[in-house]
Design a protein around this ligand. Structure first.
Ligand SMILES: [Zn+2]
Length: 107
């Protein structure tokens, strides 16, 4: 049944294959290390900060996102740099896979 929950993607590529630029921190579950697009830098991203908007160590975030967030702005797309978006994509994929595994176990 295409699209059904039973459709187990056996050959689903690993998260490491899909997101070679993203690594989850070993100790902090909401922290990630995301490579810059040219691969020369790596930024720490913390997804839970600022009401789950996220925090990133890159300059764009520091100048374009952080000032508003530090004054209490609500989470929104324009306050997330590309590294935060990348880490969120990775984490959502991970959670979806785990949720599917859980649902299948309940059958
Ligand atoms: Zn960033």
């Amino acid at each position: 049944m295409p699209g059904g929950l039973n459709e187990q993607p056996l050959e689903c590529p690993s998260l490491e294959t899909i997101y070679p630029d993203v690594k989850q921190d070993q100790d902090e579950p909401f922290s990630f290390w995301v490579k810059s697009s040219d691969g020369r830098n790596e930024y720490k991203v913390q997804l839970h900060l600022y009401n789950f908007n996220g925090w990133c160590g890159c300059q764009n975030y520091e100048f374009a996102c952080w000032p508003e967030l530090s004054r209490g702005a609500k989470p929104e797309a324009k306050l997330k740099c590309k590294h935060i978006k990348r880490a969120r994509d990775y984490y959502l994929d991970k959670i979806l896979r785990e949720a599917q595994t859980q649902l299948q176990r309940q059958k």
